[in-house]
Design a protein around this ligand. Structure first.
Ligand SMILES: [Fe+2]
Length: 283
């Protein structure tokens, strides 16, 4: 563990029925509403709607999103954004290089999120767990945000097997052996099998996956396994909402274009600008 705090682990025991896995709401209230409509239409109980963190980030409505996610009443994991807002930190904690575009962009949205998120919501964020564990159809799951070694470490679709295997080993030391890891933080959908363990990231509902499409992602876990889903929502309204609060630095356009404002944070082999890059982001 590189975190300097005591880990909070929440054990949900055995879960029954289909699960909805979502994360990266990123203050996008329009996407969250659309996701909740799907959850209600599918009659998924709140206890089976699991959030992998980063409720608050780039978009217009941090406080409304925090309140809505809290009101759902389902299990919610702390993302680095929740941790840092609760701690009173002055940045998102992603560790971007000082001169990177991600760092410059994060100054605007983090300041907005920090100013708009209520003290009450920050207190709630401070109570969120660092790990969630549960069993479902004979498999043991653990939910983490970035990686087991660091809440803000990015595990990308192209991260080497050896790196992910080392993270699974650390996770095993923290919470015991698991069959399936559910992660967040990157905002990119991915499923990798490392040895006998599956590492799955449901992507983000609040920001496109840098694939040129405005739709976003979440997952369903049923008896048949993990099913990836796209979320279509009123991204034009979400874009207008961002511009309305002065968040015009780049992520507002991403909601329309599906393309991130910078590839600084992506590994080189995933950058679309790299001629050797295959499209490895979500379809
Ligand atoms: Fe994150």
């Amino acid at each position: 563990m590189t975190q300097g705090w005591e880990m909070i682990v929440r054990d949900l025991g055995e879960l029954h029925g289909d699960l909805l896995i979502y994360g990266g709401v990123y203050s996008n209230l329009h996407a969250l509403r659309a996701f909740m409509d799907i959850a209600q239409g599918a009659k998924i109980p709140a206890c089976n709607i699991i959030c992998t963190g980063d409720i608050v980030a780039y978009c217009a409505d941090p406080e409304a999103c925090a309140q809505r996610v809290r009101a759902i009443g389902g299990p919610v994991l702390a993302g680095n954004c929740e941790r840092n807002l609760a701690n009173g930190d002055d940045d998102c904690g992603c560790g971007f290089d000082e001169d990177s575009a991600c760092n410059l962009l994060s100054r605007a949205w983090y300041a907005h999120a920090d100013a708009q998120t209520s003290v009450e919501s920050k207190k709630w964020m401070a109570t969120l767990p660092d790990r969630i564990v549960f069993s479902h159809h004979g498999k043991r799951y653990a939910v983490l945000h970035g990686a087991a070694s660091d809440i803000s470490r990015f595990i990308w679709p192209t991260t080497p097997d050896t790196v992910i295997a080392a993270e699974i080993e650390i996770l095993t030391q923290q919470v015991g052996a698991v069959d399936i890891v559910l992660a967040g933080h990157t905002g990119l959908l991915m499923t990798r099998k490392i040895g006998s363990t599956i590492w799955h990231n449901s992507g983000a509902i609040g920001m496109p996956a840098h694939n040129g499409k405005p739709s976003t992602h979440y997952s369903v876990i049923s008896q048949k396994g993990i099913i990836n889903n796209t979320l279509s929502y009123d991204h034009h309204a979400a874009h207008r909402a961002m511009r309305g609060v002065g968040l015009t630095q780049g992520y507002d356009k991403t909601l329309l274009s599906g393309v991130w404002p910078s590839e600084d944070n992506l590994p080189v082999d995933m950058r679309v600008s790299n001629p050797d890059c295959e499209q490895k982001t979500a379809p």
